[in-house]
Unconditional design. Structure first.
Length: 115
DNA sequence: CTCTTGACGCCGG
DNA sequence: TCCGGCGCCAAGA
């Protein structure tokens, strides 16, 4: 009973995150405030899976990471929490191209080898 | 092994 | 701009 959880993640529901899910969550956790990454960008950086897989991971265990910084390639947050995500993004001064649209050209973030 | 399910992405109309 | 449709790929039944 010493260890109930091997990691500090917060499995919102149940079911341990798969190794792939851990990779996704770890990357999302590194996105700095005021910046965002598209689902497809995350899959491309990991070199595995696709945007659908990233979305699937976020839907299950996204609660432990800055989920609002993961948006669609067109600059809009996922529809299921669009308003809430926009509020959080505006609160951290994320560049917007429109009231409900992220300026991907300025807000898109990519992990550096130095980071 | 096959089939289904997705917090997606891109293209055409 | 808004729709509809197909492609992509991990995970579970």
């Amino acid at each position: 009973m010493s260890r109930t959880r091997p990691a500090g993640r917060r499995p919102a529901v149940e079911g341990l995150p798969t190794p792939y899910a851990e990779q996704v969550l770890d990357l999302v956790a590194q996105i700095p405030p005021g910046r965002v990454m598209a689902y497809g960008d995350i899959a491309a950086v990991l070199g595995r899976g696709g945007p659908r897989q990233v979305g699937n991971v976020m839907s299950r265990w996204g609660g432990g990471v800055p989920w609002h910084r993961v948006v669609r390639a067109d600059g809009r947050p996922a529809e299921c929490h669009e308003g809430q995500a926009l509020a959080l993004l505006r609160a951290e001064d994320t560049p917007l191209a429109r009231p409900d649209r992220i300026d991907m050209a300025r807000a898109r973030w990519h992990p550096e080898p130095f980071d």
